[in-house]
Write a protein that binds this ligand. Structure first.
Ligand SMILES: NC(=O)c1ccc[n+]([C@@H]2O[C@H](COP(=O)([O-])OP(=O)(O)OC[C@H]3O[C@@H](n4cnc5c(N)ncnc54)[C@H](OP(=O)(O)O)[C@@H]3O)[C@@H](O)[C@H]2O)c1
Length: 260
């Protein structure tokens, strides 16, 4: 059996590729030889050798249209899209704290960015009869945390359902569509969160991590996933080694969701 990923020379877009999971995906796909465009609102801390960085706000239709045009201009087509962009800017306070504007922002960031970019770019995959799309969802779509992320969790659930439907539509045309659903991942932001919880509780970093695990109802693995571990899974899924896999959701959460 060969484990040649057959990714060398492929053309790809990774959204949200400057930090956390997205930056790890950019590193992994670049190392595998993929020619990349990536986007975020602010420039990456370090220059990227093998990816073109395009500044854009993907919560807007204009931002998505501009990125799709840049992909076409720089890559001349596309073989894979990894939709990493997402997150929550909602305040704490439960469902009553979620105004229409907050809801719109959660839905634009976590659902519409992917919907708009797919609508612009998937037709060229269909025309060439091949391509792979990965939507990064979250275990929160089945295990929501109501204090501040109800809107985020609902938007990720919509993304997951949208992804499944798209997969059924385009699989017969040679395009695979998949979901990767992370649990707690130790990104720079997650480290800062654990440090803050630790400081508030007067404990150390490991104590801050235990508070997070308790809030999640326990993490059997006893630690968060690392961004590189999520990127490795995505790299396999977009590769030729996963060519019979479509319409599926892969959970990477150290066992957090009890039924997974
Ligand atoms: N970390 C976790 O524990 C975890 C768990 C489950 C699911 N996820 C999902 O995994 C994905 C990545 O999470 P992460 O924790 O790695 O995120 P992160 O560290 O916050 O990075 C997010 C990336 O997206 C960019 N971005 C954010 N808003 C944007 C916008 N409006 N337009 C364009 N780019 C934007 C950010 O750059 P700028 O800020 O400069 O724009 C950055 O490059 C998200 O979809 C998240 O929901 C994460």
């Amino acid at each position: 059996m060969s484990f040649d990923l057959e990714l060398k020379g492929r053309r790809g877009l990774v959204t949200g590729g400057t930090k956390g999971i997205g930056a790890a995906v950019v590193r992994a796909l670049s190392a595998a030889g993929v020619e990349l465009v990536t986007t975020a609102r602010s420039a990456p801390a370090a220059t990227m050798d093998h990816a073109h960085y395009e500044p854009a706000d993907l919560t807007t239709a204009d931002g998505c249209a501009r990125v799709a045009a840049v992909v076409e201009r720089r890559l001349g087509g596309i073989d894979l899209i990894v939709h990493v962009v997402g997150g929550s800017t909602a305040p704490a306070g439960g469902y009553q704290a979620l105004s229409d504007d907050v809801w719109a922002n959660e839905i634009n960031a976590n659902l519409m960015a992917a919907v708009r970019l797919d609508r612009a770019l998937v037709p060229s995959m269909v025309a060439q009869g091949s391509g792979v799309v990965v939507h990064v969802t979250s275990i929160q779509h089945e295990l929501p945390l109501p204090e501040s992320t109800t809107g985020y969790a609902a938007a990720k659930a919509a993304l997951s359902t949208y992804s499944k439907s798209l997969s059924k539509e385009v699989a017969p045309k040679g395009v695979r569509v998949l979901r990767v659903s992370p649990g707690w991942v130790e990104t720079e932001a997650a480290v800062r969160f654990a440090e803050r919880l630790a400081a508030e509780a007067g404990t150390d970093y490991a104590g801050g991590q235990r508070i997070i695990m308790t809030g999640l109802g326990g993490v059997p693995l006893g630690r968060p996933s690392r961004p590189d571990e999520v990127a490795d899974l995505i790299t396999f899924l977009v590769s030729a080694r996963a060519s019979a896999i479509t319409g599926a959701e892969y959970v990477i959460d150290g066992g957090t969701v009890p039924t997974a």
